[in-house]
Design a protein around this ligand. Structure first.
Ligand code: B12
Ligand code: SF4
Length: 453
């Protein structure tokens, strides 16, 4: 049988005659639906959110966030902030599988709610995108910023809560028992969020008392590395550290001494299901929020006994870096918990990463009494100059060489990173002329102690 041109798959119709083109041209033009803040909030609640808000990307609180938002969705104009409540008895349970189950369940639900909001907005003519609630993240950028959008910053700008002493967002009604999400949209939304007129944190400092590694300071400082090394033991580089233990062990017997059988099982569980957080006690004990506070208000001692004590009294492994403030804190405050000494999870891979990471790994304890200015000149493709000032427990890092240095360091970035990550010794680097120092060289040992690895 002879085939005609039209049903021969190799003969294509002219573009203007293509059935899809003809069909789309017959449709009415797509006019994006006008959106008000109220309508968008309603849409989010119908999609399953417990609370929602909207904020323009021009909001001053989002100024640092805007480049990342534009990178994710170039035409972005507004961000929808989403809140989902978690079940507080589960989060407070010292049985961590129960708490982790709730974090994961609500996290997945948040991704679904955000997907529904984004799809609905796109259907209404406003291209929209829903970055994950947490994972997966942009691990190519690791150990730099891997998250697409900071949900905390969006939620605060949208007036859905404020950052508490524990550095998580506290919602005025649901308290700390919330997970957050954001949807980036090209929609321009009419209306401004009403200002949240008060700070839901009641400054009780229970989060300070509950954290097993002292990550939350009463003055509001947050020891990022303490939380990261313990709570994230089975995530990213905590898992990498375990792999290194495998590589370094002579045989299975040594490995069994380094990683207990329970730890191996826990890592298997994290990889097979979802990663297990080790703590989150700062969230668990927080009494803030209108729907949370009653038991704390009615009987504070009973609250301490039933909510805080089971977590602080729990005998459990606590992961700390040798010489860190977390190690000192856990030993002093929680002698009944089992200290497990691990390598620092945060390793620099570039000169800029090294300087950006210093405030995150800085330990106030070893820095006590130390007052010194350090100048650094690290070179690879480019020269990076920086000044680090340690002033009795405080650190500042600035670009360029500022003021008079007590000690100056110059090296190729690769050599310096090998020294700080203990691949090479500083003595080797100095003796071979690869690391040049000027001034009081003994200060470098004090410097290293402030960033234990
Ligand atoms: C990075 C991150 C972490 C880090 C840092 C936490 C922090 N305080 O920022 C670690 C691993 C420690 C962490 C732990 C937890 N997290 Co978390 N985390 C995030 C993430 C991906 C980004 C946070 C962020 O915006 N940071 C930047 C700014 C806004 O925060 P900041 O407080 O000013 O900055 C501190 C650190 O982030 C760090 N930092 C700042 N910039 C940079 C850059 C780089 C490259 C790095 C490495 C660090 C860093 O230094 C600051 C001071 O120490 C978000 C998810 C998301 N995509 O938004 C969830 C999120 C903040 N986490 C959340 C939760 C629930 C937790 C845990 C309870 C997990 C658990 N189950 O145990 C703990 C709580 C620890 C605590 N007290 O904060 C929720 C918080 C919900 C809320 N109510 O606010 C979020 C919003 C996830 C979600 N979708 O709901 N988390
Ligand atoms: S536990 Fe107390 S101090 Fe900590 S964030 Fe909650 S209300 Fe604020």
């Amino acid at each position: 049988m002879q085939s005609t041109g039209s049903d021969n798959p190799r003969v294509k119709p002219a573009f203007d005659q293509h059935p899809t083109v003809l069909s789309v041209r017959r449709q009415a033009p797509l006019v994006p639906v006008r959106l008000t803040l109220e309508r968008l909030k309603q849409l989010a609640l119908e999609a399953g959110a417990d609370d929602a808000g909207v904020v323009s990307i021009d909001h001053p609180d989002l100024s640092e966030e805007t480049p990342y938002l534009r990178q994710a969705l170039p035409g972005v104009r507004s961000v929808v902030a989403l809140v989902l409540g978690t079940h507080k008895e589960d989060i407070r349970s010292p049985t961590r599988s129960v708490a982790n189950g709730e974090f994961h369940r609500v996290g997945e639900r948040m991704d679904e709610v955000a997907a529904r909001v984004a799809q609905e907005l796109s259907r209404l003519g406003h291209p929209s995108l829903n970055p994950p609630m947490a994972f997966p993240m942009e691990m190519d950028a690791f150990p730099g910023r891997t998250w697409v959008v900071s949900h905390k910053k969006v939620a605060v700008a949208a007036q859905l809560g404020r950052i508490g002493l524990h550095r998580s967002v506290i919602h005025p009604r649901l308290g700390s028992f919330v997970l957050l999400g954001s949807v980036l949209t090209e929609a321009e939304v009419e209306g401004e969020p009403e200002r949240l007129g008060f700070d839901p944190c009641v400054s009780c400092k229970l989060c300070v008392a509950a954290c097993p590694v002292g990550a939350i300071e009463p003055d509001g400082a947050f020891r990022f590395s303490a939380c990261y090394d313990h709570n994230y033991r089975e995530f990213m580089t905590g898992f990498g550290d375990v792999l290194e233990q495998v590589a370094e062990s002579r045989d299975r017997h040594e490995l069994r001494e380094r990683v207990t059988i329970a730890e191996t099982a826990s890592i298997w569980q994290s990889l097979s299901y979802k990663p297990s957080y080790k703590a989150a006690y700062c969230i668990a004990v927080c009494p803030a929020g209108e729907e949370v506070m009653r038991p704390f208000l009615e009987d504070r001692s009973a609250f301490l006994r039933s909510v805080v004590k089971p977590l602080t009294g729990k005998e459990e492994p606590v992961y700390v870096v040798a010489g860190s403030d977390a190690e000192e804190h856990a030993k002093r405050r929680f002698p009944h918990k089992r200290l497990r000494v691990v390598q620092s999870s945060l390793r620099p891979t570039s000169a800029r990463g090294f300087f950006a990471g210093l405030p995150l790994t800085f330990q106030r304890g070893p820095a006590r009494g130390l007052r010194a200015t350090f100048h650094f000149e690290l070179t690879d493709a480019e020269l990076v100059q920086a000044t680090v000032v340690i002033d009795d427990g405080a650190i500042t890092v600035q670009d360029g060489l500022i003021g008079e240095a007590d000690v100056s360091v110059a090296a190729a970035t690769k050599v310096w990173l090998e020294v700080v990550t203990k691949k090479r010794s500083a003595v080797w680097a100095v003796l071979t002329g690869r690391l040049k120092t000027r001034g009081d060289r003994s200060l470098l040992a004090r410097f290293a102690a402030c960033f234990p690895r």
